[in-house]
Design a binder for this molecule. Structure first.
Ligand code: 6PG
Ligand code: SF4
Length: 605
């Protein structure tokens, strides 16, 4: 099957737009491959310091025959997804020795659990934790004593941050080592129902806590298809995992053998071997377009409309929302995983998972097959299911969908397009994911009720002030204002209003969670309020029209009056929960469509 025309055209746009930046990037990693600090040219004292902490491997390191692998780990106990990494470094050192290599923990990176901070002040650090992770990755790899790196990270900002930092060391081969989803607990829809009951006062706090703990009950990634699991999907279609590694549960033989194979594979793709596969060559324009196609075909998290441009920029590549919008029109929706359906990622994996998705999208000409992956000859090797047979890791071609309510073929999709839309109008440019919204709610026209803080929305809902058709506007939530928090806690109250038959939508310069669904939300509105965006002109009672069919977002206000409007006053900056420490990031962050990255903007990338 030849490449889909829209995918080919968007890829050409991206290549053309990135030509200068990509050349500068490839020149950088070529220089680094020759001149970067490496073990053979480090001083003896430097090497002694590097080896002092790993007595058992010192002789092998001194002999410098095999790759010294730098492990960059996002382990902590705050994210159920990352708690599984606790003993990975010990095991990875053993696995490295099996192939004549060595491994050291190069450094740790911070990881925020957005589920813990959701709705609270800590969420205002969430987006910038991504750039902090990128900086921490650079600090870890700056020791210069590694010929390859294993990146241990799974959740929302962690994979994007690891890649943004690691790509600046793109002369090194690297591999992402995922940990896998927790087993299924209380189904997501039942969890959401208890939340709505609680929001209506029909369920108590004890009922809600019991339900939440039944949903999030053990180590492993949460099982909704949010930003974390969308990360794993993207790593598969970019070929940065071992094939089929994305959604294998932790604590299983298969998970262990995939992690072991990742260490072995990494040791085989170094600069001194016969099969050099540096990260900077793997993450090229085709891989980035593959990630965008996978995002659309699976109904992935809207947060990747921000993270994917940032990852791409770190590799000298520019992808924008127009590219995504054009791809969305051509890429069918072939997966329905909560919030876009009832199933969770365990059901998705059982139905065929990423091998099925990749097989279907390749067969429809929607993915680039000819990309440099960390394993295999090309992306077609990722259309295979990892198995343990005769106690050995192996791969076999994936079959047909095991559940047509979860996974469908590209020829008979759930929807002919990917369900991500760009909205434009007199309010600016915004994104909306319609794959989780009922068709009759794609066009909402209603009076605005304006807020500058999500807690005010909750208070207004509790006071019964929103019992009507309403477009809730929450502004001063952009990167420069307060770090662009997710406003996912608004999903239950807005869902209750929607269930009561009201026409409801959210318009914000902030973000939503990948787990947000059902309520139409125009998010990432740019320019943001603090940057002079028109969202700052909206007043209570203005009629707002959100039209995801026509791709429009407008305030239906007399143009003369609109032009004469004064902007809302910017809220005073707040302190507490460390937010004041991120002032530099807020000042330097550029807009969401470019990735909202203070470090890339500051570096002129
Ligand atoms: O983008 C995402 O996927 C979210 O940030 C997710 O990682 C976060 O944890 C949600 O808050 C979880 O959903 P609940 O808050 O509904 O549990
Ligand atoms: S998916 Fe979200 S809630 Fe779950 S561990 Fe990761 S960051 Fe936390």
């Amino acid at each position: 099957m030849s490449l889909n025309a829209a995918v080919s055209a968007v890829t050409d746009r991206v290549i053309e737009r990135s030509r200068t930046g990509r050349k500068a990037y490839l020149d950088l990693i070529a220089r680094e491959a020759e001149t970067a600090v490496r073990r053979p040219n480090l001083g003896c004292a430097n090497l002694a310091h590097a080896y002092a902490g790993t007595e058992e491997d010192r002789d092998a390191m001194k002999a410098d025959r095999g790759m010294n692998i730098g492990i960059v780990s996002a382990y902590n106990d705050m994210l159920s997804a990352h708690a599984v990494y606790y003993r990975y470094p010990e095991l990875m050192k053993l696995w490295a020795r099996e192939v004549g290599a060595t491994a050291q923990v190069a450094g740790g990176v911070p990881a925020m659990c957005d589920g813990v901070t959701q709705g609270y002040a800590g969420m205002e650090l969430s987006l910038f934790s991504r750039d902090t992770i990128a900086l921490s990755t650079a600090v870890a790899l700056s020791h210069g004593t590694f010929e390859g790196a294993a990146l241990l990270g799974i959740c929302d900002k962690i994979v994007p941050g690891l890649l943004m930092g690691a790509l600046r060391f793109g002369h090194l081969p690297m591999i992402l080592v995922p940990g896998g989803p927790m087993p299924t607990g209380l189904p997501n829809k039942q969890k959401a129902a208890v939340r709505e009951a609680f929001a209506e006062g029909k369920a108590g706090r004890d009922d809600l806590l019991d339900a939440e703990i039944a949903a999030y009950h053990s180590k492993g990634t949460c099982t909704f298809y949010g930003t974390a699991n969308t990360n794993q999907m993207m790593m598969e279609v970019m070929g940065l995992h071992m094939p089929g590694a994305a959604f294998v549960n932790p604590g299983t033989k298969l998970r262990q053998e995939l992690s072991r194979a990742a260490v072995h594979r990494l040791a085989a793709i170094g600069q001194r071997g016969e099969d050099y596969r540096p990260l900077g060559w793997c993450v090229d324009e085709k891989a980035i377009v593959n990630a965008a196609v996978g995002l659309l075909a699976t109904g992935g998290s809207t947060n990747h409309l921000i993270h994917l441009p940032a990852i791409a920029r770190a590799a000298g590549i520019v992808i924008d929302w127009e590219d995504m919008d054009r791809l969305s029109a051509a890429v069918p929706l072939i997966a329905r995983v909560y919030p876009n359906g009832s199933a969770d990622v365990n059901g998705f994996e059982a139905a065929g998972g990423m091998p099925y998705v990749i097989r279907e999208l390749l067969s429809a000409g929607l993915l680039h097959r000819d990309i440099l992956t960390v394993a295999g000859k090309d992306l077609s090797d990722y259309a295979q299911t990892a198995v343990i047979e005769n106690d050995t890791l192996d791969w076999k071609p994936v079959g047909e969908s095991g559940d047509e309510t979860i996974l469908r073929s590209a020829a008979a999709p759930f929807s002919p397009d990917g369900g991500m839309r760009i909205l434009s109008g007199n309010l600016g440019r915004a994104c909306i994911k319609v794959s989780a919204v009922e068709r009759e709610r794609w066009v909402i026209e209603a009076p605005a009720r304006v807020f500058a803080d999500q807690l005010e929305v909750q208070a207004a809902f509790k006071a019964g002030e929103l019992e009507r058709d309403v477009i809730v506007v929450v502004r001063f939530q952009g990167p420069k204002a307060n770090g662009m928090p997710e406003l996912h806690k608004l999903t239950p109250p807005l869902g209750v209003l929607q269930n009561r038959g009201f026409k409801v939508a959210l318009v914000t310069d902030g973000r939503m969670s990948g787990a947000s669904g059902k309520v139409p939300c125009a998010i990432h509105l740019s320019p943001e309020a603090i940057g002079g965006g028109a969202i700052g002109l909206i007043r209570d009672g203005d009629i707002i029209r959100l039209d995801a069919v026509a791709g429009r977002l407008d305030a239906l206000v007399d143009p003369v009056e609109w032009a004469a409007r004064q902007r809302a006053e910017t809220p005073a900056p707040v302190q507490g929960m460390g937010r004041e420490l991120f002032a530099l990031f807020r000042q330097a962050a550029d807009e969401a469509e470019k990735g909202a990255s203070p470090i890339l903007a500051g570096a002129g990338l």
